[in-house]
Design a protein around this ligand. Structure first.
Ligand code: ATP
Length: 326
């Protein structure tokens, strides 16, 4: 395998707080090892449009505390074509890039896997998504910050909820994963979480109402994962209006608020460890793996495994919400 002299780093897909801390760590760890670093703007799109800039140690000064990503991010359909990836590869080689570190969610890791299959290049992925839906790591970069944002918002809603007799549906992100909804519910003391993972055929709304959330309380906050199957918070509120008109349901959709803000200490530490871990992995000759943390230890997982296994929420946590909301 050719020795690495220059690495490229990019962020792709949805932005997540802590991506900047990861970019900083990758850049500084690479420089520490004497490698040159190129920053690729706008994810895979920047490889195709040749937006590649030299990165030095001070290119990443004063960013560890900032949300978003200084490299910008994009979703790029052209990269999904053989021709698009050929262009990306040609630009990458012309810029002298020998290896790539990509930071993003499952789409980004899928793109990396396909790129690495088409061309013989070492790629290391870092899990950067608020959804926490990648296996190969216990937590993803951005998840902790998003969770804290949710808790802060629900705390505020609680003040108004307790002043009325209402059912509050708070919709949070997570795609097909219920981590934000379930752990957000535990951390904010919500009455229930309605998540994709517990769709074993049971009607979670019916269970909630049948359990009589008002038996001991005059209001309830329910965290709802965005989910086409339920229609999210709006879908549930519509059902309440039609099927349980005795209840007054209100909807709050936290939306993109959840992606923003300064990363928590936990996210900064995770991103710093994983960023340095990506460089270490490349130094060891690892390729086409995602770096993650399991039980506190750094682990490498082949792209195929990180993508194929579904990480599921702890079912004991589903029980925990129920137990603690009586
Ligand atoms: P988030 O989880 O925050 O949405 P993500 O990384 O999953 O982040 P996606 O939009 O799914 O976000 O993927 C990011 C980019 O990865 C895509 O815009 C595309 O450029 C690339 N990508 C995704 N899937 C593929 C694929 N099958 N082949 C090639 N490239 C892909």
């Amino acid at each position: 395998m050719a020795t690495i002299k220059t690495i490229g780093v990019l962020t792709s897909g949805g932005d997540a707080p802590g991506m900047n801390a990861a970019i900083r760590a990758v850049t500084r760890a690479a420089r520490y090892n004497g490698w040159a670093v190129k920053g690729i703007m706008r994810g895979y799109k920047g490889l195709i449009t040749n937006e590649i800039v030299d990165f030095h140690s001070n290119s990443v000064s004063n960013i560890i505390q900032r949300g978003g990503t200084i490299l910008k991010t994009a979703r790029c359909r052209e990269f999904m074509t053989v021709e698009g990836r050929q262009l990306a590869y040609d630009n990458m080689r012309a810029a002298g890039i020998d290896a790539l570190v990509v930071i993003g969610g499952d789409g980004t890791i899928t793109g990396a896997q396909i790129f690495a299959e088409q061309f013989d290049i070492p790629i290391v992925g870092l899990p950067g998504t608020i959804d926490n839906d990648l296996s190969g790591t216990d937590v993803t970069i951005g998840y902790d910050t998003a969770l804290n944002t949710i808790v802060e918002a629900v705390d505020k809603l609680r003040d108004t909820a307790t002043s009325h007799e209402r059912l509050f549906f708070v919709e949070v992100m997570g795609r097909r994963a219920g981590y934000l909804a379930l752990n957000g519910a535990i951390a904010s003391g919500a009455e229930a979480a309605i998540i994709p993972e517990s769709e074993t055929g049971d009607d979670q709304l019916k269970t909630l109402i049948d359990n009589g959330f008002r038996k001991s309380k005059n209001s309830a906050i329910v965290l709802v994962a965005e989910d086409p199957a339920t229609g999210g918070a709006m879908g549930l509120a519509r059902r309440v209006e039609e099927e349980y008109p005795q209840y007054d349901a209100r909807v709050t959709i936290l939306g993109h608020l959840q992606r923003g803000g300064s990363p928590t200490a936990a996210d900064r530490i995770l991103a710093s460890r994983l960023g340095a871990g990506a460089v270490e992995a490349l130094k060891e000759g690892q390729r086409n793996i995602m770096v993650g943390v399991k039980n506190g230890e750094m682990v490498y997982t082949p792209f195929s495994q990180a993508l194929s296994k579904t990480k599921t929420v702890k079912s004991s946590n589903i029980e925990l919400v129920k137990m603690l909301s009586i």
